[in-house]
Design a protein around this ligand. Structure first.
Ligand code: ATP
Ligand code: MN
Length: 296
């Protein structure tokens, strides 16, 4: 730690196609990351980071990587997390700068999955996330539930934002004070899920098995643990169409589709209302109200 980050990260094999169907080369991908960095890095800063690497792009082999590569330069921060069972601790990358993001892009990190904790307090979550997985081909069902989740957060006096995941559904994210233990926070997330369920009977399920969801949106409160991750806003997904996770406003929920936001289109949308909303959200810290903690 301590070494200064370079002004510009050199791109190796710049013509390598990472998203061939979109014509996105490594050079263009690193350009994308540099364009979104001012809005994306604040959501990565201080957080242990897991990435999906794809050295040969989305058509090649891909893998989740938690441990920082051996040749990670000294100007990129890492944080050691003791492994609960296995013998070996893991040194995670902490992406604190645009240069670190570009360096990871050059390493063909195609997806960015930060932890909901910061390195100075690894056991306390500072993000409460509602992961909404719609039934096959029914994004609008997730959008409808997301609107209700945002409404409930608002009534509880909590600030929250919604984004596409770059996959099928949506994430509603509320930055919170680091007051609650993990069991307390999980209980609060479940209480929130039950409030939403009570208002939309038959539209939500906590059932993991797809066959048993019966066309309902999966709302999974158990995502809220220190060891969980949630894809970062602006992170691409390892999909051929190059979709990215993109911040929305509640008003947009009825009119947008996940496919609207790709590595090609997102840079032109960075000054829109969703990104502006999320810029403000990153420094919010809501207190989880008593109502969620005592509800049975
Ligand atoms: P979708 O909208 O398609 O569900 P998603 O990002 O929400 O996209 P989920 O499968 O619901 O995908 O997972 C939620 C989060 O959990 C992801 O954003 C990711 O950070 C993390 N996650 C999912 N699968 C894995 C995995 N195999 N290994 C590590 N983390 C994972
Ligand atoms: Mn999901």
């Amino acid at each position: 730690m301590g070494a200064r980050s370079p002004e510009r990260v050199e791109v190796s094999r710049p013509d390598k196609l990472l998203w061939p169907a979109l014509g996105i080369t490594k050079r263009r991908y690193v350009d994308y990351l540099e364009a979104v960095a001012p809005r994306m890095v604040p959501w990565l800063r201080g957080r242990p980071l897991t990435v999906v690497r794809g050295p040969d792009g989305v058509d090649g082999e891909r893998y989740f990587q938690k441990a920082a590569s051996k040749h990670t330069p000294p100007w990129i921060r890492t944080v050691r997390i003791p492994a609960p069972s296995a013998k070996r601790d893991v040194d995670y990358v902490v992406c604190d700068s645009a240069a670190a993001l570009a360096w990871l892009g050059n390493q063909a990190a195609l997806e960015f999955h930060p932890a909901p904790v910061r390195a100075d307090r690894l056991d306390r979550l500072d993000l409460l996330t509602v992961d909404l997985d719609p039934p096959e081909g029914a994004f609008e069902a997730a959008a409808e539930v997301a609107l209700e989740v945002l409404e409930v957060f608002g009534e509880l006096g909590m600030e929250a934002g919604v984004k596409t995941t770059g996959g099928k559904g949506l994430h509603v994210v509320a930055p919170i004070e680091r007051r609650l233990s993990q069991p307390e926070l999980r209980a609060a997330a479940s209480a929130l899920a039950r409030i939403v369920e009570g208002r939309m009977p038959g539209k939500i399920t906590e059932e993991f098995r797809k066959a048993d969801r019966g066309g309902r949106v999966l709302l999974d409160p158990s995502r809220n643990g220190a060891g969980a991750t949630i894809v970062a806003p602006y992170s691409p997904r390892e999909r051929p169409e190059g979709t990215v996770s993109f911040p929305l406003t509640p008003e947009q929920l009825g009119s947008v589709r996940p496919a609207d936001f790709t590595i090609a289109t997102a840079p032109g949308l960075l000054d829109g209302p969703g990104p502006r909303r999320w810029d403000a959200l990153v420094s919010a810290r809501s207190r989880v109200p008593r109502e969620l903690l005592t509800r049975k």
